[in-house]
Ligand binder design. Structure first.
Ligand code: CAA
Length: 277
């Protein structure tokens, strides 16, 4: 693949959008390669994914404006569908996906981060949906996911004004869960970049998730996602089924057995080797 890199570290997969010269803008090829990269993830061994962008400046600076500039109405709609199909694949991917946002997350960049389960960003990150300034609407799910994440009023303000916001404001409105700073020594010199600290934080979080029972984690993702699309009466039934689905698994037996064993012998260290079955 030209524009997407994949690396696996133990049970963590890292997908990097690697089109740094164009600030990782999403053209059709990047979208196709992202689709392929997600399809190729080995779900038997990977328990959590991290999605990030190459370089220190940009996560994803949006859909490719050059490519979009000559599209007809029908082509515009089908380009929107191409992006939406990939982003929906990310959103419904069986295991959690953490967006590690290392700089600009504009337009399609903000949108792809919102299709991930969790967003954390570096202190230099900038978010926005600048589309109305380009004569278009957000087209990869921004009108839908931003409103669901930060509320309709704030989403409408950001989308109608096309105003970019910095990391601290994104944190304040609940668009990101954490903002990661560079490490600075007493003289004010950067000793570890914000990007390196961001990736370390993302890997630490992914590692914590990967240690938990994989079937349970997957079922939690599905319960939250599917439940949010249903009314409460249906939503709790969705949970009941996914809760029930965990029973009789090796992971449930190991997890509960470990707790009960600890009660007999408090010196037992809580390390459960979950098998994903
Ligand atoms: N599409 C295509 N190329 C892009 C791009 C994009 N979205 N964003 C940046 N680039 C390219 C630039 O054209 C430039 O390429 P060249 O060196 O070949 O000229 C390179 O990346 C570096 O960009 P800049 O020189 O502009 O860098 P900067 O630091 O001065 O500015 C920036 C950075 C503020 C992010 C600016 O590049 C910018 O505003 N980019 C566009 C952001 C945007 O509007 N995104 C939304 C796109 S629409 C969308 O995403 C629709 C949708 O919902 C599906």
């Amino acid at each position: 693949m030209d524009y997407v890199l994949y690396e696996q570290k133990d049970a963590i997969g890292i997908i990097t959008i690697n089109r740094e010269k164009a600030l990782n803008a999403l053209n059709s090829q990047v979208l196709d390669e992202l689709n392929e990269a997600f399809d190729a993830v080995d779900l038997n061994t990977v328990r959590c994914l991290i999605l990030t962008g190459a370089g220190e400046k940009s996560f994803v600076a949006g859909a490719d404006i050059g490519e979009m500039s000559t599209l007809t109405k029908a082509e515009g709609e089908s380009f929107g569908k191409k992006g939406n199909d990939v982003f929906r694949k990310i959103e419904t991917f069986p295991i959690p996906v953490i967006a590690a946002i290392n700089g600009f997350a504009l337009g399609g960049g903000c949108e792809i981060s919102m299709s991930c389960d969790i967003r954390i960003c570096s202190e230099n990150a900038m978010f926005g949906q600048p589309e109305v300034g380009l004569g278009i609407t957000p087209g990869f799910g921004g009108t839908q996911r931003l409103a669901r994440l930060v509320g309709a009023g704030m989403a409408k303000q950001l989308i109608y004004t096309a105003r970019n916001i910095k990391a601290d404001e994104a944190y304040r409105i609940g668009l990101v869960n954490d903002v990661i700073k560079a490490t600075v020594d007493e003289a004010g010199n950067i000793t570890v970049s914000a990007k390196d600290n961001l990736m370390a934080a993302a890997e630490k979080m992914a590692g914590t998730i990967a240690k938990n029972a994989p079937i349970a984690v997957r079922n939690c993702k599905k319960a939250i996602n599917d439940g949010l699309e249903a009314d409460m009466d249906k939503a709790i039934v969705i949970e009941e089924k996914l809760f029930g689905d965990c029973f009789e698994t090796e992971d449930q037996k190991a997890g509960m057995g470990n707790f009960l064993k600890k009660k007999d012998d408090p010196t037992k260290v809580k390390v459960v080797d979950f098998k994903n079955c």
